[in-house]
Design a binder for this molecule. Structure first.
Ligand code: F1P
Length: 368
């Protein structure tokens, strides 16, 4: 997005730092509605439901943010379908195939890539299809790329690539697509109906939390960040940390919530901002960690669907969605806070989150 300069200058337009990222972040709920509409078209998923229905183990593969989608999607897959699933960084499959391919009999694979061109992911899909005779589904944000040619089929999502280098809308769109696919494979029509309700509910949530995150970031300064989640929220915690690092060149780590006690908590102080992505299933145990870290002096940003006095008393900022949806139908909005915090922290530091330092849109290795 750019705007004409008001000083009567020529038609030279001035790019507004972070404008693409902000528009892409805010547009997620509307974009999800388009994705769900595309997935509801008759026949769009039949081939893949059949393939994955027969698999007793599904590997979700990706790099960077797309690996974090794999983490969240594999946790959802296990819970929704009751089948085994694992998230694999594409490089691990390439460098340690025997570690990853545990000899399961009927294996399916899902290769996730916004660009459809990331060398490691394309090579991993190629290896599975050609060396291991494992059918691979491509989940991409850009059609007709290398990955589409290598994989057996591509999930029919609308193109969700961003103008910004940083993945935001593509992250949640591809995650939602995989959750929808899991519900179809499991024949869980109730979950499908709930996923269909999410976009409208998330739009209201985004409108409410956007100004709160902007004000919170602009009124404080932090030295470092830690993002914590369990189950499907762990992958979202990893993505939250990556957004803070990519968009604001900040040092951010991610852990399973309860893991944080086992050593890493030694960094906690007032200049440490802890993001807690609280699950419903682990709420009490995770809330214990929020309480303990608050007592150690941390600043806490807590995201929950519903909370209680305990969480309210130990959260410096509490984002409460209050969605009337089952847990697995409402995980995507948990990354909104981290996306917006990364953006506004970057802007506050005088950076342009649309063009993050050292990053390219795609990591292409030699020989490609
Ligand atoms: C994956 C990725 C992004 C990262 C950067 C470089 O891309 O590693 O996660 O933020 O943009 O590419 P892709 O395989 O999803 O296209």
């Amino acid at each position: 997005m750019s705007e004409e300069r008001g000083d009567g200058a020529s038609s030279q337009s001035v790019a507004v730092p972070g404008a693409h990222s902000l528009a892409e972040i805010l547009s997620q709920p509307q974009f999800w509605a388009r994705c769900i509409e595309a997935l509801q078209r008759p026949g769009s998923l039949d081939l893949w439901c059949q393939n994955l229905q027969d698999a007793n183990e599904v590997m979700f593969i990706g790099c960077g943010s797309s690996y974090y989608i794999a983490l969240a999607a594999s946790a959802c897959w296990r819970i929704i379908t009751g089948r085994s699933a694992q998230a694999i960084a594409a490089s691990e499959l390439l460098l340690y195939p025997d570690l990853v391919l545990a000899g399961s009999s009927r294996v399916g694979a899902v290769a996730i890539s916004r660009s459809g061109r990331t060398s490691e992911t394309v090579r991993a899909a190629e290896f599975l299809e050609r060396e291991k005779d494992i059918r691979t589904l491509a989940v991409t944000g850009t059609r007709n790329q290398l990955l589409d040619q290598v994989a057996s089929s591509t999930l029919g999502l609308p193109s969700c690539d961003e103008q910004s280098t940083v993945m935001t809308r593509s992250f949640t769109a591809m995650l939602l697509g995989l959750q929808y696919l899991a519900a179809r494979v499991a024949g869980d029509d109730a979950l499908i109906a709930m996923l269909t309700r999410l976009p409208k509910l998330a739009e209201a949530a985004m409108d409410a939390l956007h100004p709160r995150i902007r004000e919170f970031v602009n009124s404080r300064r932090f030295d470092d960040y830690v993002c914590l989640g369990q189950g499907p929220f762990y992958g979202l915690a990893c993505e939250t940390a990556l957004k803070l690092t990519e968009m604001s060149v900040s040092y951010a780590q991610s852990f399973h919530t309860l893991e944080f006690r086992h050593g890493p908590k030694s960094i906690v102080g007032p200049e440490t901002l802890l993001f807690f992505l609280l699950s419903e299933q682990g709420y009490e145990a995770e809330c214990d960690v929020v309480q303990e870290m608050k007592s150690l002096g941390a600043t806490t940003l807590t995201i929950a669907n519903r909370s209680d006095k305990r969480a309210r008393d130990c959260s410096d900022l509490l984002i409460e969605f209050d969605f009337d949806l089952p847990e697995l139908a409402r995980i995507a909005p948990y990354v909104f806070a981290g996306q917006l915090a990364g953006l506004y922290t970057g802007l506050k530091k005088g950076l342009d989150p649309d063009n993050p330092r050292n990053l390219s849109r795609v990591v292409i290795l030699d020989e490609d």
